[in-house]
Design a protein around this ligand. Structure first.
Ligand SMILES: Nc1ncnc2c1ncn2[C@@H]1O[C@H](COP(=O)(O)OP(=O)(O)OP(=O)(O)O)[C@@H](O)[C@H]1O
Ligand SMILES: [Mg+2]
Length: 268
């Protein structure tokens, strides 16, 4: 690990400080990440802190291997940190029992890197999966919710429901992955590289979709990506990771105006 400390590009956001809002009002904080540290063979995250308030969309930007997906796994408690806390709606999720964690996860929808659909299940069964996993619903209710979720991503149940993932384009797979993430009406949406691997036009339709869901579903989102243009378009705030720490936190406008060399490398 390097001892070199990246300089924060916003005077009030030193990397060791919490990236978020300099106000004491904690009422709307949905995700509160405090001094999160995790090492595998070497440190991946070093006392990373940030907050996401209700309705915000925070993007976490950084090069491959920097720890972006790891942050999402920690928020879902698929991983346990070496130090620090992940507080969701006021609950430190690392202090919860497994059953309690499942309840907290019900508040979240995750769009995985590379869609991660079940190849042997139809679109209908893929989207229905979170409903069957956690809830006991009548089949007609499952169908209604799957239909609604697919409609939100501009897909019709009649046209796509019985198809297998292998019968979909890359953009359609992403849409199904998003429908699966929203089908149980979570208040938190987590996206891992939602536009990666798509052509620019299709990527743009996914960006528009994320913006629309943000408006229509009243969700709080965390998007991890190395696609700067997508991030600029969908986020209310951006955190940049470098050498296991947050080196920049600000709005897309603040990022665009930054003169920091590392930030500029990303934008240009
Ligand atoms: N389960 C694991 N065991 C060991 N090392 C891991 C594990 N998961 C991730 N890592 C390592 O942690 C680092 C961060 O991985 P992560 O997947 O979070 O990166 P990322 O920023 O999402 O990269 P990409 O943009 O390529 O998806 C990498 O060096 C990776 O090799
Ligand atoms: Mg990743």
């Amino acid at each position: 690990m390097t001892n070199e400390q990246p300089t924060a590009t916003r005077a009030e956001t030193a990397p060791t400080e919490r990236a978020g809002h300099a106000t004491d009002d904690r009422s709307q904080i949905v995700i509160d990440v405090r001094d999160l540290s995790l090492a595998f063979a070497k440190p991946v995250l070093c006392e990373v802190s940030f907050q996401v308030r209700e309705g915000e969309a925070l993007s976490i930007l950084g090069p491959s291997g920097v720890g972006k997906s790891t942050i999402l796994k920690l928020i879902l408690r698929l991983l346990v940190p070496d130090g620090g806390q992940v507080v969701i709606d006021g609950e430190d999720i690392n202090q919860l029992t497994f059953e309690e964690v499942l309840e907290v996860r019900q508040k979240m929808g995750m769009v995985f890197q590379a869609a991660a659909l079940f190849d042997s299940l139809t679109v209908y069964e893929n989207v229905a999966y979170p409903l069957r996993e956690h809830m006991r619903l009548a089949e007609s209710d499952v169908e209604d919710q799957v239909r609604q979720a697919l409609a939100l991503v501009d897909m019709e149940l009649e046209e796509f429901g019985m198809r297998l993932p292998s019968e979909l384009s890359g953009g359609q797979k992403k849409r199904v992955g998003i429908a699966r993430a929203i089908v149980h009406q979570p208040k938190i949406l987590l996206y891992d590289e939602p536009t990666t691997g798509l052509d620019p036009l299709t990527a743009n339709t996914i960006v528009e979709l994320i913006q629309r869901l943000q408006r229509e579903l009243d969700v709080t989102s965390v998007v991890v990506s190395h696609d700067v243009r997508a991030v600029m378009a969908v986020s209310t705030h951006i955190a940049m990771l470098r050498d296991c720490r947050i080196c920049f936190y600000g709005t897309p406008e603040e990022m665009e105006a930054s003169t920091d060399e590392y930030v500029r490398q990303f934008i240009d």
